[in-house]
Design a binder for this molecule. Structure first.
Ligand code: G6P
Length: 368
């Protein structure tokens, strides 16, 4: 009935397919002329002050917190800056000791989440300038922040956040690059990351072409009641996001862990009734993740693997495989998110759930 939906059955699916453009919009006009770094017009902080920062603190809720957690990994790697990422609802009451030279960011799609707003106000009360990564132009957080970066992802209607999430991921990667280049990152490493970032819309387009394959897998697993999502390093927060998406729209109980942590408890859940979704890209710990998969396999747990085109999984280890393009670690979390969004979407549709308006959830939580 809604003209904006066009041919799409749901806003969530429409927004999943809008991601290549949303990513382009997040990057537009934000690279330096020499192609070695990102530039942001609204940080309201000098390069000298930014360079002097000894710590980055990120507060957010829900999906935005997962984008903050990926940013934590990337800023630590690219800028060698200590990062802490916290639930805004915890930060506002826990009285974390804060170093003077702390760069403070909140991430919020809507810019109206009350806990995120309260975390920002608490930091401001303590004398910090707070910057926001935000999609809601003119939102309360946008107005009260001391500066920030707009996402330009366009309106997101589906309650389950999709394009706003990957848009925050790319801005987080660009922030990590920016902080890296004013510290120790070389011109060469900077240009490599810039070209990886510029290539991500096409990698997402290529991954979206696998929708029919992912739909078939989703239909196969839609009848299960419990699932685990396992990933490591910058894909651990992506596993959290995959589990959150599935819970939100399909009401399947799902949990996420760093893959190696699984043996400290969650493995007790494993049997034929509890599938695991593994994020297993080719990287320096590929073999470690493969051995976690073998532990699950040995206990009869079905396995869906999301792997990269340059990885060679042992034959027969996974029951179902989704292959994403090999890519730079700066953009891998974005590309790896796409199959998880499509998987949860098609599982929810198969279960007859109201995908765009899941029960008990609000697009923006403006009361505590
Ligand atoms: C709600 C939404 C989530 C969102 C979270 C934070 O719980 O249902 O999708 O991630 O709020 O929202 P924000 O607008 O601050 O990013």
């Amino acid at each position: 009935e809604d003209s904006e939906l066009g041919e799409n059955p749901h806003y969530m699916l429409k927004e999943i397919f809008e991601q290549p453009e949303a990513l382009e919009n997040a990057m537009r006009g934000r690279f330096s002329a020499d192609g070695s770094t990102s530039v942001f017009g609204g940080l309201n902080i000098s390069v000298q002050d930014l360079r002097g920062m000894g710590r980055l603190m990120i507060c957010a809720c829900g999906t935005a917190l997962h984008a903050g957690m990926v940013t934590e990994y990337l800023v630590e790697r690219f800028a060698r800056l200590p990062v802490e990422c916290d639930h805004a609802s915890e930060f506002r009451y826990r009285n974390t000791p804060l170093f003077a030279k702390t760069l403070f960011f909140v991430f919020s799609q809507s810019g109206e989440t009350i806990d995120t707003l309260a975390a920002m106000r608490e930091a401001q009360r303590k004398g910090f300038q707070v910057l926001a990564i935000n999609n809601g132009v003119g939102s309360t957080i946008a107005r009260e922040a001391n500066g920030g970066i707009y996402q330009h992802a366009g309106p997101e209607i589906g309650v389950a956040s999709t394009k706003a999430f990957t848009s925050q991921l790319i801005i987080g990667a660009m922030l990590a690059l920016h902080l890296g280049r004013i510290r120790d990152m070389s011109f060469r490493d900077g240009t490599e990351i810039v070209s990886a970032l510029k290539g991500v819309p096409d990698l997402v387009r290529a991954t979206l072409k696998q929708a029919a394959h992912i739909k078939a897998i989703a239909q196969k697993y839609a009848g299960f009641n419990d699932m685990l999502f396992l990933g490591r390093l910058e894909l651990f927060p992506i596993a959290l996001e995959g589990a959150l998406k599935l819970k939100e729209i399909s009401y399947i109980h799902a949990e996420a862990y760093p893959a190696a942590e699984m043996k400290h408890g969650p493995i007790a859940l494993i049997n034929e009734e509890c599938p695991s979704v593994f994020l297993v890209p080719q990287n320096e710990i590929f073999n470690k993740v493969v051995s976690s998969m073998q532990e699950i396999k040995a206990r009869g747990g079905p396995i869906i693997a999301i792997t990269t085109s340059d990885a060679e999984l042992p034959e027969g280890l996974a029951d179902d495989v989704i292959t994403i393009p090999a890519c730079h670690e700066a953009v891998l979390p974005i590309v790896a998110t796409i199959p998880l969004q499509l998987f949860s979407y098609y599982v929810a549709v198969e279960r007859g759930c109201d995908v765009d308006k899941p029960r008990n959830l609000a697009k923006s939580v403006t009361v505590e």
